[in-house]
Structures are given as C-alpha cells and as structure tokens.
Design a binder for this molecule. Structure first.
Ligand code: ZN
Length: 242
C-alpha cells in the first residue's frame, strides 16, 4: 500500500492541488496529519478536496482544533489569531462539523499518526533529536508520522539512541529495523526556506519513504489572501518558505 502523506495544508488550495497533481497515480490512500485550516484563504475548498480523496484518514492539528473548540485563541500569536478568527467566520457548517469530529491521534497499519508529537498530539513541536527521543517511547508500532513544524525531518531510533537522517528528495529511504518519526513538511506553508509545497509517499509494502517537493502558484494564493485581507506577513512568508 502506498500512502500520500500530507500535513499543514493551511487552507492553501493552490498548493494542495499541485501536490495532488504531482502525486497522481502514485498512491492508494491519503493520510493527512492536521492543520487543514488557519493562515490561508481557502478553508472550505481544502476540506472538501481532502474528504473526496480515496480512503482518506485525517487527524486534527492545533489550528483545526482551535477553530472549532471553545478555547481562548489568545494563546496564538497575533497574526495566527487574526487568521483563525477569519477562518472561524468563514467555515461552512459542513466544514465545521468535519473538523469537530476528527481525532487528534490515529493508530493504523502499525503506524501512529499525530499532528505534533505522540506525547502531546496537538501542541508539541518535534524540533530536534532530544524531543524526538522523548517521544519514541510513546510511538505505537514502528512508524510515527507528524507535522506541525512545517519542516521535513526524519528521526530514527535503534533501541539505544535517536538519530536524525538528512532529508533527500532524490532518493527514497528504507525503513527497516529501526523505529522512525517522519515529518513530510508542509503543503501550504513550508518553513525550511524552500517555498515549494512538501509531501511524502510512504510505501508500506516496500517499507520506503520518499520526500517530495513541488512548485505551485504562490501568487494566486497571495492574491486571494489580499482579497480576504489576511495579514500581510502570512502572504510574504509563502514566497520565501519561512
Ligand atoms: Zn501548522
């Protein structure tokens, strides 16, 4: 089984469409690791597309959760807060109901799916080997897929120590023997100084992970953000992938 793994779409329709076009015919099912909404100008459109894909599994990210939960949005920085406020008003009833019912952790096919980390599925960022190491004990099964940092990362654990493996888009990596925490990076708001949309292909038959990047019409997303009067900083960062 080949799985298209995406995370942090952040309501960026043009990025999502480019990823789906690029990955076309190379996957059987879709797993989405949360933050479908927040920051971007197309929350309903992105939610509709994800729900139309074959055998999709979708978990909640902190932005998804905050949009539908009765929580204080002031825990977010002022720019994220402004975009979340806009998203809340924009969501259709169908979109709201969908975001309200998705889980924050899913375990399937021997793989743990969370947005942040196994220890704190909605909020913790796995930014380095120390944090990854603390989380490996709570990885159910051999693999864990995460998003949230918007940066493609691969951490492995051999039972003794945790290592980071450099991400390479030209060669797939073999997932044998060790445990892995894999982050495909962000579809709709990459933050690794590379503006291309990021995603991964997990092959559970061959036990491989492929990291991929694809260009999309950044300008079209920025133009729509301008129309919706979303914060300028959020538009600018898309050009630089930061
Ligand atoms: Zn995010």
């Amino acid at each position: 089984m080949r799985i298209l793994v995406i995370a942090d779409i952040h309501a960026n329709l043009h990025a999502l469409e480019s990823v789906l076009k690029d990955a076309k015919d190379t996957y059987d099912v879709l797993w989405c690791l949360g933050d479908l909404v927040g920051y971007g100008p197309y929350p309903n459109e992105c939610l509709q597309i994800v729900q139309s894909l074959p055998e999709f599994i979708c978990i909640s990210g902190n932005h998804d959760y905050a949009t539908v939960a009765k929580m204080d949005l002031s825990t977010f920085n002022p720019i994220a807060y402004q975009a979340l406020h806009w998203t809340k008003n924009e969501l259709s009833t169908e979109s709201y109901n969908f975001l309200e019912k998705i889980e924050s952790t899913v375990y399937t096919n021997d793989v743990t799916l969370v947005h942040g980390s196994p220890n704190n599925p909605l909020w913790e960022y796995i930014t380095d080997t120390n944090v990854a190491n603390q989380n490996f004990t709570n990885v159910r099964g051999k693999l864990c897929l995460v998003g949230h940092t918007h940066i493609p990362r691969i951490f492995s654990h051999d039972g003794i120590q945790c290592n980071e493996i450099s991400v390479n888009t030209t060669q797939s990596i073999n997932l044998f023997e060790r445990q892995y925490i894999l982050n495909p990076g962000s579809v709709g708001q990459p933050r690794d100084h590379n503006p291309l949309a990021a995603y991964g292909i997990l092959d559970l038959t061959k036990h491989t992970w492929e990291q991929r990047r694809v260009a999309y019409d950044i300008r079209a997303t920025q133009d729509q953000m301008m129309i919706e009067q979303l914060p300028e900083e959020l538009m600018i960062r898309l050009s630089f992938g930061m």
